[in-house]
Design a protein around this ligand. Structure first.
Ligand code: FAD
Ligand code: EPU
Length: 337
């Protein structure tokens, strides 16, 4: 196990921001993790846990010990007539796990194809896309407490999953390293093709009927059209969450803007932040090296050489403008450091 000092994080965050970590260790297993946490305690260094860096905004150098989680392994640990339980190392690439599930005809994660990042980060914000969320297939996770190295299991109800939310973004934020996640996948499938244009894309791609592979291919096709590739343009996916407002507030906005889209949820009405940002005139706006993506205004981008503080300032200007124009408070999805 090697401790690196003043390590550049440029290629370790998908915004492509050039910040430095004071200390940096790559963690390959639970023993290395225990050793690294002991070093942090001995040196009284704060710790930051890094996965694929696809949902963080670095606004400064990190004066701490960064642990890059690289714990691997995909293992079938149990099965019955209907389900398989798969234990996956936190450092596995999410999309590679999805492809592994599809190859084995295990259903439940195909709609979540091509989401960047690692398996260990997936419970953090209950990743979701195209009508599915990981809470639907989550069984439990293994974690290690930063404070004293104790191992703790979290079952679904402990995680308090919500829309882009979990206990790990709230009370448990920064307190646990997720080391392995156990998913319960289906041997018999309920294909979920109702979101947006998945069904028509499956046909366009030449499939005569849905399958895990057909859905995955359709989701990949749609995502590649809609979202910028971080290896080409720096970004962290949706920068903001879609706001959920009361029915009354939604009706008020609709009176002023009759074409505002709205999707009823149990908590109120979800309004696409992309619509609000576009209507407020920010879509495609460029401020030197950074900007608002021209195809998908929920995504802030770094064309190259931009700074995290500039992106943060842009996000605040957008948030203030949306508040003023629509009386809607935007919340960030991305973890700001
Ligand atoms: P990181 O960015 O490295 O970390 C994110 C947070 O999780 C940090 O707070 C970090 O400390 C913490 N963390 C990471 N690993 C661990 C661990 N093992 N234990 C404890 N804490 C940990 N998200 C969606 O939900 N749906 C989408 O459709 C989607 N599309 C995206 C498209 C693009 C182009 C991009 C760039 C991002 C997209 N995202 C999406 C966001 C992102 O892919 C997810 O949030 C992903 O789960 C982040 O994984 P990561 O490994 O990169 O996490
Ligand atoms: N829209 C506009 N203008 C645009 C683009 C979209 O007004 O330029 C409006 C349209 O009304 C459209 C609506 O936004 O119907 C929704 O667009 P889309 O289906 O692309 O979804 P999204 O709300 O932009 C969310 C997630 C994505 C996820 C997709 C698919 C959030 C914050 N974002 O995006 O997740 O991939 O749905 O399920 O919930 C991420 O979290 O990083 C992410 C990319």
């Amino acid at each position: 196990m090697k401790t690196e000092t003043n390590k550049s994080l440029l290629h370790l965050n998908t915004f492509g921001l050039d910040q430095v970590a004071a200390r940096f260790i790559t963690i390959n297993d639970e023993t290395e993790l225990a050793d690294a946490l002991q070093i942090a305690r001995d040196l009284e260094l704060p710790v930051f846990i890094l996965g694929g860096g696809s949902n963080i905004l670095l606004t400064k150098d990190l004066d701490c010990l960064v642990l890059k989680i690289n714990i691997k392994g995909i293992e079938l640990i149990r099965e019955d007539d209907k389900y398989v339980w798969i234990k996956v190392g936190a450092g596995e690439i999410w999309h590679e796990f999805v492809l592994h599930a599809i190859r084995n005809q295990w259903g439940g994660v195909e709609n979540l194809s091509l989401i960047p990042g690692t398996v260990g980060a997936s419970p953090m914000q209950n990743i979701g896309a195209y009508g599915a969320e990981i809470k639907d297939v989550f069984d439990h996770l293994e974690s290690v407490a930063l404070a004293d190295g104790t191992r703790t299991l979290f079952f679904a109800q402990d995680c308090r999953f919500g829309y882009r939310d979990s206990i790990f973004k709230q009370e448990a934020k920064g307190k646990f390293v997720i080391t392995r996640v156990i998913f319960r996948l289906n041997k018999f499938f309920n294909f979920n093709t109702s979101y947006g244009n998945i069904a028509s894309t499956i046909q366009e791609l030449g499939y005569t009927e849905p399958s895990l592979k057909a859905i995955s291919d359709a989701v990949i096709f749609i995502r590649k059209q809609k979202l910028p590739d971080p290896t080409v343009i720096g970004n962290a996916g949706s920068f903001f969450k879609n706001p959920v407002v009361s029915v009354e507030k939604y009706e008020r906005i609709k009176t002023a803007h009759p074409d505002v889209p709205g999707f009823p949820t149990t908590e109120g009405v979800k309004i696409p932040a992309a619509w609000l940002i576009e209507r407020a005139g920010w879509k495609g706006k460029r401020l030197g090296p950074i900007g608002v993506h021209a195809m998908q205004p929920l995504v802030l981008v770094n064309y190259g050489g931009g700074k995290g503080v500039e992106l943060l300032s842009l996000s605040k200007d957008i948030t203030d403008d949306i508040k003023e124009k629509f009386d809607v408070q935007l919340e960030t999805e991305v973890n700001i450091l």
